[in-house]
Design a binder for this molecule. Structure first.
Ligand SMILES: *[C@@H]1O[C@H](CO)[C@@H](O)[C@H](O)[C@H]1NC(C)=O
Ligand SMILES: *[C@@H]1O[C@H](CO)[C@@H](O)[C@H](O)[C@H]1NC(C)=O
Ligand SMILES: *[C@@H]1O[C@H](CO)[C@@H](O)[C@H](O)[C@H]1NC(C)=O
Ligand SMILES: *[C@@H]1O[C@H](CO)[C@@H](O)[C@H](O)[C@H]1NC(C)=O
Ligand SMILES: *[C@@H]1O[C@H](CO)[C@@H](O)[C@H](O)[C@H]1NC(C)=O
Ligand SMILES: *[C@@H]1O[C@H](CO)[C@@H](O)[C@H](O)[C@H]1NC(C)=O
Ligand SMILES: *[C@@H]1O[C@H](CO)[C@@H](O)[C@H](O)[C@H]1NC(C)=O
Ligand SMILES: CC(=O)N[C@H]1CO[C@H](CO)[C@@H](O)[C@@H]1O
Length: 522
């Protein structure tokens, strides 16, 4: 963006002129709000004082910011059971002060109005905590999915007559049999060293690796009875370690973007409807997940003039890094999409997906199943990841198209924490966002991220800039400028400084009053 493309950039900004962008002054000494940095603005929840919100917005404008990016922090989704520096309870009732409630709307409207009053612009997180979801009816199809595998071993030459393991824990996706022919303990002394046969980006992990004969893998789903009954005879096999029957089930992760009031401590009351019951992470691999978010906003946030106000001062709808927990990222229709993408059924390859395809500890089990194919089955994993990426494309582009009808567009931290080709998804949003923290201020990292954006003529490459582990409330401006300059050098041209916490008190006199400090960690 900084090189010899000024004419192209000017031309495309004339062609791409949402109402709110037309007022932008291209004055180097006194840039308009769209060119200035913004603060990520954490409010703890919707119990905040709207006068303080207005004061914070004004304070941001007064120090030269273009505006704020509003994020209801909600104790990072909810207080963890071990405290972790975030308390053990919410000090106010989240049935009343949850994301998307009447109280939330009041705060949001005040934020929009303050932004307008100060002639600034705003970004808004799509949901609480990190924007992965909104209030919704529990277990509805558009919410996040996961799969789990259960197994039972059968001795060589033996047989099985019983109920599938794990029966009743979800919808049966497939039952598969295979012959284990090797079991090896793999020790990886250097975690960053490339594992032979692994896919790009995989960490090297210690594990027991069980090799399945690819030729033996058999989809036996059609033989499973209505109560999970299965009878199989393995008499034919006399070599190898043992036979294994896998049962793989589909279910909702029930991963919360914001805990429901009864899932946390503090002065909580029972929700009277799903609207007061916290937020659920949506399915990030289908348009259906995107529609849960957009229809919630259309019906419960954008009504009564808010949408019209956003046409004036709204910049981006935004989603933070995706941190949904899953064994294996999935979407309800993935098996069908996989078959139509690759021309074969995923069913008998399901057992080998259960490592490095989800998030958090569940994606790093102590046992990996692989095949005796030359690539240990990684070709099938790559096929799965490409289908998953197409689902994510549908999610991102659906939100982008929706956001562009009333905002400048959609900004998101693309493919964070998910096993997909990040670069191919970067063009899917209006303003792809990276960050200084986990890009480690690496100019080449920024360039890799910005490249696909430039090829797709994206004008803005955003950064969540300035977070440094352990530097909350002690960082100096020269340090911050250093992060900014490294980013500019790598083609980043929008800065969301991380961050500005709500400046008022949080809580009430009955519950401990404290100010939420969220200095650095997401
Ligand atoms: C403050 O805590 C008291 C005691 O639990 C509760 O009754 C009251 O509703 C709380 N106030 C707010 C604003 O949540
Ligand atoms: C297979 O099942 C056993 C017990 O049924 C369980 O301990 C083991 O973790 C399972 N293996 C894998 C890789 O899931
Ligand atoms: C089992 O796998 C290990 C590691 O790949 C290999 O060294 C060993 O030869 C294999 N054993 C058999 C019987 O194939
Ligand atoms: C694997 O195990 C070895 C031996 O216990 C240990 O030294 C090493 O750090 C472990 N590697 C990883 C990547 O955890
Ligand atoms: C709220 O969510 C909980 C699960 O967290 C569920 O058990 C309860 O039925 C839900 N209540 C309403 C009113 O939706
Ligand atoms: C819009 O106004 C109606 C009527 O006052 C009210 O019932 C509804 O909750 C409002 N919706 C929003 C999102 O403000
Ligand atoms: C599921 O995928 C198949 C194959 O791509 C497609 O024909 C079908 O419309 C999809 N269904 C849904 C609900 O997305
Ligand atoms: C019944 C069964 O699992 N048969 C398998 C025995 O092992 C050979 C070699 O791996 C496979 O080809 C068979 O399918």
């Amino acid at each position: 963006m900084l090189r010899g493309t000024t004419i192209a950039v000017l031309l495309s900004s004339i062609l791409f002129t949402p109402a709110a962008a037309q007022d932008e002054q291209h004055d180097f000494a006194n840039p308009g709000p769209r060119t200035r940095p913004k603060f990520r603005y954490w409010i703890p929840d919707a119990s905040v004082d709207t006068a303080v919100v207005a004061r914070d917005v004004k304070a941001a404008g007064d120090v030269g910011m273009g505006g704020m990016e509003l994020l209801g922090y909600y104790l990072y989704g909810g207080p963890p059971s071990n405290g972790a520096g975030r308390g053990l309870a919410a000090p106010v009732d989240w049935a009343t002060y949850g994301f998307g409630t009447e109280a939330w709307n009041k705060v949001f409207k005040a934020f929009v109005q303050a932004t307008k009053d100060e002639s600034l612009i705003l970004d808004a997180s799509l949901g609480p905590n990190q924007g992965t979801g909104v209030p919704a009816i529990e277990d509805s199809d558009g919410l996040a999915w996961d799969i789990a595998a259960y197994n039972v071993s059968v001795a060589l030459g033996g047989s099985f007559d019983g109920v599938l393991p794990g029966w009743g824990t979800g919808t049966l996706l497939a039952a598969v049999t295979g012959l284990a022919i090797n079991s090896t303990v793999i020790q990886r002394l250097d975690q960053l060293a490339r594992d032979p046969g692994s896919l790009p980006g995989d960490l090297s992990l210690n594990r027991t690796q069980i090799t399945l004969s690819a030729a033996s893998l058999t989809d036996v789903t059609s033989q499973v009875g209505p109560t999970g009954q299965l009878s199989l005879d393995f008499a034919a096999n006399s070599t190898g370690i043992n036979n294994i029957i896998f049962a793989v089930y589909l279910f909702h992760t029930d991963y919360r973007a914001q805990d429901g009031p009864l899932d946390i401590g503090g002065p909580q009351s029972a929700p009277t409807s799903w609207l007061q019951n916290g937020s659920w992470s949506v399915d990030h691999f289908s348009a259906r997940g995107a529609n849960v978010i957009s229809s919630f906003w259309d019906n419960y946030i954008l009504a009564n003039g808010t949408k019209e106000s956003l046409k004036e001062v709204g910049n981006y709808a935004w989603e933070d890094s995706v941190e949904i927990e899953a064994n294996v990222f999935w979407t309800q229709n993935l098996s069908a999409s996989f078959e139509s993408d690759h021309g074969y059924s995923i069913n008998k390859w399901l057992p080998i997906l259960f490592h490095r395809n989800g998030h958090y500890e569940n994606a790093n089990p102590s046992v990996w199943w692989v095949t005796d194919e030359a690539d240990e089955g990684n070709g099938h994993i790559a096929d799965y990841r490409s289908t998953l990426g197409k689902g994510y494309h549908a999610y991102l582009t659906t939100l982008t198209e929706w956001a562009e009808t009333f905002l400048v567009g959609f900004s998101a931290q693309i493919s964070y924490n998910m096993p997909m080709d990040m670069l191919s998804r970067i063009p899917d949003v209006t303003a792809p966002e990276c960050e200084s923290l986990d890009f480690s201020d690496l100019i080449d990292g920024y360039r890799q991220y910005a490249g696909p954006g430039h090829l797709a003529e994206r004008q803005i490459i955003s950064s969540e800039c300035g977070a440094v582990r352990g530097e909350g409330f002690v960082q100096t401006l020269p340090e911050l400028l250093w992060h900014v300059k490294r980013s500019y050098a790598g083609s980043v041209n929008q800065f969301i400084l991380h961050g500005y916490p709500y400046s008022g008190d949080y809580g009430n006199t009955t519950w401990p009053v404290f100010t939420v400090r969220k200095p650095y960690d997401h």
